[in-house]
Structures are given as structure tokens and as C-alpha cells.
Write a protein that binds this ligand. Structure first.
Ligand code: SAM
Ligand code: SF4
Length: 316
């Protein structure tokens, strides 16, 4: 379905939980409070919302969180969503730590692709960023995904650029694209939630990647991601720059939070309740959400996101 500005909305990011086993500094506070269990959409409600969204023209669903693999019953939900007629792609964003347990079940359930967050390969900075995580967990998750049958072209590795923390890791992370064939994507830090008051030195423009890797050449676009590669490279490097180049005019997505609120825009405070709706009423509410998409965000160097929620409570 098209929104009022003619953007075709085909992509739903559906959050299944706000909980996480990590406490990434840019995402949530160390003592973050979580939604009570009963506030989370049930698996049936999640399936109903996905079904209605597909009826409204959504072709791709990304399950996210919080850490989606902390949600009990997730492989079964994936299996049900994958069976929705009209859904072209089911993908999942994860910190990777629980993939050694779930990768096989996700593959068997029909998950098409995985995005694994990997901001750094250094133990020390990984520990600093995640507060509770170890880089070996993410790497074990990546290995488990490969062993379960997710080939490198089905795995994206996402790194948020953090000035003074992981900016020197750009070549090491990009080597996973060059040598292994993964798609490695560098994402600009956004001033939302915990990161909204961070000093400007932390916000590194995605162009820094091209400075660190001058051999890279443009290799097209994939949605809002600008792709680059070089002769002899097996995979691509992607740049996602919500801050330095706004891509709102190409935005094709809506979000639903784990407690059932439709967010037409990641960075707007607007939310529409979906809980308790079914059938035509649910589809109408989703269409209203699509029509309510604003033209774009208003973040800039000094103005933070207007979203009232942090990333784990939205579904990044
Ligand atoms: N737990 C999963 C993970 O980390 O991949 C899924 C949820 S997490 C909220 C989704 C993505 O949002 C992660 O890649 C994370 O790095 C990103 N993220 C969180 N806070 C962010 C921020 N302030 N700016 C940019 N990206 C952010
Ligand atoms: Fe958890 Fe992902 Fe947020 Fe890190 S970015 S705290 S892994 S939800």
C-alpha cells in the first residue's frame, strides 16, 4: 500500500520482546526495566498482525526486539509467518549469542536471512559496548548459522559506528566481506534513547568507511543501504546513513512494538494501538498507520529523535 507521499510500504519490523541478554550502551540502560510478561503480544497476536500487514501489502517481515531469540516459541512463530501467502521474505535481526541453540530451528522454520549485530571483533570494545556480552558468543552464533545452512549471502553483519570505540575496527570487519563473502553493513549511530545525549565525537559519518577503505567502489543500492565492493572481494560493504544522508523519501517500512503499538516512523512519537483488533478493524488500523507516516525525521547534530522509546522498546 502507498502512503500519502506515494511511498510503497512493503516492510514490517515486528518486535517480539523488549528483553535482551545484552545491555548495549547505545540501546538500553544497565538497569533497564522491561514490559511485564502480559504486556507482550502473544504468538497468536503477533501472527494476526503479520497476517493483516501482509493483506495490506507488506512483503517482507523482520523479527526483532530486544533480542528476538529470547522470546519463547520463536521458531514456531517463524514457521507460521513463513507460511503466510504473499510474504516474500522472513528475516531476523539478532545479537547472535543464542544462535548456537536456535540456528537450526530457524532454518527449518523457513527464515530466509539473518542480520547479526557485530560492532567489533575486539574483546575489550565488545565488552564495553554490550556490557554483558563476549565477542566469542557472536562468532559462535555466526558459525552456528553457517552450519545450519545460512550461506554468507544470507547473512548480514551489522556494525554501528562509534567514534572512539570501534572506528579502528572498520578494516577488520570489512575483511569478513572481502574474505568470507558476508555483507558487512556499517550503520550511523542515531541519537535515540540512551544515545540521545551522547557527545558528538561518538557520531561518525558512514563516509569514514570509504576513507578507511579507499579501494571500495559503488556497487548499487539495496533499499536504504548503499553498497560498495572491490575487485577480488567476495562480499559487499553497505553504508546506512540515517544521519548524514536522510533516506526518509525512500522509507518503505512500518514498525510494531512488542506491546502492539504501530509506529509509522522510528523517530516520531506517534503510535497507534493494534492490540485487541482483528479482521477488517486490524487491517484498517494498519492502513491508518501507513497513511500517518510523516515525511521524515527531524534529527540533526543537536536535535535527538522524537521517539518516546529507546531502540529495544521499539525494535530496531
Ligand atoms: N538484539 C538484536 C540485535 O542487537 O541485533 C535486535 C534488536 S537491536 C535494537 C537492532 C539493531 O539496532 C542492532 O543492530 C543495534 O546495533 C541497533 N541499534 C540500537 N540502538 C541504536 C542506535 N542508537 N543507533 C543505531 N543503531 C542502533
Ligand atoms: Fe540487546 Fe540488540 Fe539492544 Fe544490544 S542492540 S542491548 S543486543 S536489543
Amino acid at each position: 500500500m502507498q502512503d500519502t507521499l506515494g511511498r510503497n510500504i512493503r516492510y514490517l519490523r515486528l518486535s517480539v520482546t523488549d528483553r535482551c541478554n545484552y545491555r548495549c550502551r547505545y540501546c538500553m540502560a544497565e538497569d533497564a526495566a522491561f514490559l511485564p510478561e502480559e504486556a507482550l503480544l502473544s504468538l497468536e497476536e503477533l501472527e494476526g498482525i503479520a497476517r493483516a500487514a501482509v493483506a495490506c501489502g507488506v512483503e517482507k517481515i523482520r523479527l526483532t526486539g530486544g533480542e528476538p531469540l529470547m522470546r519463547p516459541g520463536l521458531p514456531e512463530l517463524c514457521r507460521r509467518l513463513r507460511a503466510l501467502p504473499g510474504l516474500r521474505e522472513l528475516v531476523l535481526t539478532t545479537n547472535g549469542s543464542l544462535l548456537p541453540v536456535y540456528a537450526g530451528a530457524l532454518r527449518a522454520a523457513g527464515v530466509d536471512r539473518l542480520n547479526i549485530s557485530l560492532d567489533t571483533l575486539e574483546e575489550e570494545s565488545f565488552g564495553w559496548i554490550t556490557r554483558t556480552g563476549r565477542v566469542e558468543q557472536a562468532l559462535a552464533g555466526l558459525k552456528a548459522a553457517r552450519e545450519a545452512g545460512f550461506s554468507p549471502d544470507k547473512i548480514k553483519l551489522n556494525a554501528v559506528l562509534l567514534g572512539g570505540v570501534n572506528h579502528r575496527q572498520i578494516p577488520a570487519l570489512a575483511a569478513l566481506a572481502r574474505e568470507e563473502g558476508y555483507s558487512v553493513r556499517f550503520i550511523e549511530l542515531m541519537p535515540i534513547g540512551e544515545a540521545s545525549g551522547w557527545p558528538k565525537e561518538r557520531f561518525v559519518p558512514a563516509q569514514a568507511v570509504l576513507k578507511a577503505l579507499p579501494e571500495l567502489r559503488p556497487a548499487g543500492n539495496e533499499g536504504v543501504t548503499e553498497l560498495f565492493s572491490a575487485p577480488g572481494w567476495k562480499g559487499t560493504v553497505g553504508l546506512i546513513h540515517p544521519m548524514s544522508h536522510r533516506f526518509c523519501s525512500d522509507c518503505d517500512r512500518i514498525r510494531v512494538t512488542a506491546d502492539g503499538m504501530l509506529k509509522p516512523c522510528l523517530h516520531s512519537a506517534a503510535e497507534l494501538p493494534l492490540r485487541g483488533l482483528s479482521g477488517e478493524a486490524l487491517e484498517q488500523a494498519i492502513r491508518a498507520g501507513i497513511r500517518a507516516k510523516p515525511e521524515g525525521h527531524r534529527m540533526d547534530g543537536c536535535r535527538p529523535s522524537e521517539s518516546a522509546r529507546g531502540m529495544n522498546k521499539i525494535g530496531g
